[in-house]
Design a protein around this ligand. Structure first.
Ligand code: FES
Length: 101
């Protein structure tokens, strides 16, 4: 049997989910994953973290970083998001880091 605090805690996720749905609806974009987002990148680590220094641009005007988790050159975008979007109906694209002018 649940105490009143435990019952309240059990219902909290529903309130958060409802608020989240409302926020998603206002933005007009709803993305829900039915499984892992990352299919196969660095699965040997607990958390994939990459850092970027603006010095990494090496004179390039911009560098594209993958946000779809399908790039064979992760964390750099290799255009794999195009096939992913066609296959899944998703709308993901890269993060473009541009050199300041
Ligand atoms: S390949 Fe993943 S965003 Fe382009």
């Amino acid at each position: 049997m649940l105490c009143s605090a435990a019952r309240a805690a059990a219902f909290t996720p529903l309130k958060i989910t409802s608020a989240r749905r409302a926020a998603e609806s206002r933005r007009g974009v709803v993305v829900r994953a039915s499984g892992p987002i990352n299919p196969d990148i660095k699965k040997d680590v607990d958390k994939v973290v990459d850092s970027v220094s603006l010095n990494d641009l090496d004179g390039k005007k911009q560098v594209s970083y993958c946000r779809c988790w399908r790039s064979a050159t992760f964390p750099l975008c290799n255009g794999a998001h195009v096939a992913h979007n066609k296959a899944s109906g998703d709308n993901v694209g890269p993060l473009l880091v541009k050199a300041s002018e």
